[in-house]
Design a protein around this ligand. Structure first.
Ligand code: NAD
Length: 440
């Protein structure tokens, strides 16, 4: 029995290794490929919005010499100061991003402001000739998608990258290649959730800053849970299924945190895709047990994935009978019908106390197999945020394909906007026209 399970595992690992070999992974081994050019002629960029996410990006950017931060902009002085301290390159500071965009020596801007400001800032940056990185969700209102498309088409040489950092994750890339190679069979269902147990508020030093700091709570600036959390996971479902949805039904409410907020404290949505595939998404702010991940389900297996962790589960039940079932590990009639679905890690999970648990043992086992092929390393070489920033700099400097380009961002934003419309109207919302997605 144990031997039989091992046979199955080995077959899986061979597949995973072959997949890894076939995957075009970003060359994230940055230090090895730093060139004199990158140090002497870095991309000169500015960051608009140096709050939480702006400073996260700046922190990773401190180790990317392909770019140099020469400007930062924020209207909230404490955050402006925090941004300057984080990057440590003594950038010039601005309160008005338009003044920053006037600088001729600025090549690129990164936008990490509240959602309602994204589109105008992208449009202004493109028309000022800048290369643009904009945080997810790319835009707020439906009509802004076409405005950004038009502006981008008018400036075809300028990069436009959306901040969906899962696209820069080696783990997700390998997961998607497993899907493409059939390891999960036919994908019909994605379940994703982002559950928390807190009020999702930020401390406000003075009530006059409430709306600036807690902009997520107010519909004037924010698409709420769908914009802030589902945006990542709708993108993963789109990526796995290879399309954007065709319709969505959704509900939600302010049912627990009745504290004056305008955006929901819970949302449940069902997206339907052109082949009948469904994405079932939920977010609640009063129970964190399930935390967040995406569970991608096909008729041969399941991939449970989130940043830093991926597990593959084979379907235990044989779907097809085969006289050569020992060879047919997908069908698995003889090899695996009694085997428990232990799952196989796609990526290591380390115990906080350093204990070697089941997953660690499995990882070591898996690592040996994959390393023996000489083609796959388990450790994600860099944090996906780092790789996202690195990818952006290489797109700007060397013209490398943009990792999360315009249409990925548009599809993602439509998912958010139509999801919110479904919550607000109580009606099923249909896409004007579902688009197959180009991955890069
Ligand atoms: N990719 C991710 O995982 C991730 C994580 C968190 C946030 N985000 C995204 O990043 C964006 C910002 O989120 P956050 O959590 O950093 O918010 P935040 O409130 O912490 O930061 C936003 C900053 O923008 C500043 N700002 C507001 N109006 C401005 C203006 N007119 N000009 C210049 N600066 C202005 C604010 O003062 C603040 O410092 C959002 O779109 C959010 O969805 C992405």
């Amino acid at each position: 029995m144990q031997k039989e399970q091992d046979v199955t595992r080995r077959e899986f690992l061979k597949t995973a290794a072959a997949v890894a070999a076939a995957t075009t992974l970003p060359s994230a081994g940055a230090p090895a490929i730093l060139s004199a050019q990158s140090l002497s002629n870095p991309v000169r960029y500015g960051v608009i919005g140096t709050g939480t996410e702006g400073c996260t990006l700046l922190r990773f950017l401190t180790t990317i010499p392909e770019g140099r931060c020469i400007a930062t902009c924020d209207i909230y002085p404490p955050n402006l100061k925090k941004g300057v301290e984080t990057i440590g390159t003594n950038p010039e500071t601005y309160e008005d991003y338009r003044k920053m965009l006037e600088r001729k020596d600025l090549d690129a801007v990164l936008i990490a402001t509240p959602l309602n400001l994204h589109a105008q800032m992208v449009l202004d940056a493109l028309s000022a000739g800048k290369q643009v990185f904009v945080e997810k969700t790319m835009y707020f209102k439906e009509e802004e998608g076409d405005q950004i498309r038009k502006a981008s088409a008018e400036h075809p040489k300028q990069v436009l990258q959306v901040g969906l950092q899962r696209r820069s994750s080696l783990l997700y890339q390998v997961g998607m290649e497993m899907i493409r190679k059939g390891a999960l069979g036919k994908i019909m269902f994605v379940r994703a959730q982002w559950h928390r147990n807190n009020n999702w508020r930020r401390p406000v030093p003075d009530p006059k800053y409430e709306r600036l700091i807690n902009w997520r709570m107010y519909k004037e600036y924010s698409g709420g849970l769908l914009a802030e959390l589902a945006s990542h996971q709708v993108d993963v479902a789109n990526w796995a299924i290879g399309s954007e949805p065709v319709s969505v039904v959704a509900t939600g409410g302010i049912d627990y945190w009745k504290d004056g907020r305008e955006t929901c404290d819970n949302v449940q949505a069902i997206y339907e895709y052109p082949g009948g595939q469904k994405l079932l998404w939920s977010s609640i702010l009063y129970n964190a047990h399930l935390e967040f991940d995406e569970q991608i389900m096909g008729d041969r297996g399941t991939l449970i994935i989130t940043l830093g962790k991926g597990m593959y589960y084979r379907e235990a039940v044989a779907k097809v009978s085969s006289s050569n079932s020992k060879e047919n590990w997908w069908a698995g009639a003889t090899v695996t019908s009694l085997a428990p679905q232990e799952g196989i890690p796609i990526f290591p999970e380390r115990g906080a106390n350093g204990e070697i648990g089941f997953v660690d043992r499995e990882v070591r086992y898996a690592k040996r197999w994959l390393a023996s092929m000489g083609i796959y390393s388990y450790e994600e070489p860099h944090d996906p945020w780092w790789t996202e920033m690195y990818n952006f700099m290489l797109s700007v400097r060397d013209g490398k394909p943009v990792i999360a380009p315009l249409e990925i961002g548009v599809a993602d934003a439509r998912g958010v906007i139509y999801g919110n419309r479904a919550v607000e109207t109580g009606q099923k919302v249909f896409w004007p026209k579902a688009q197959p997605l180009k991955e890069t």
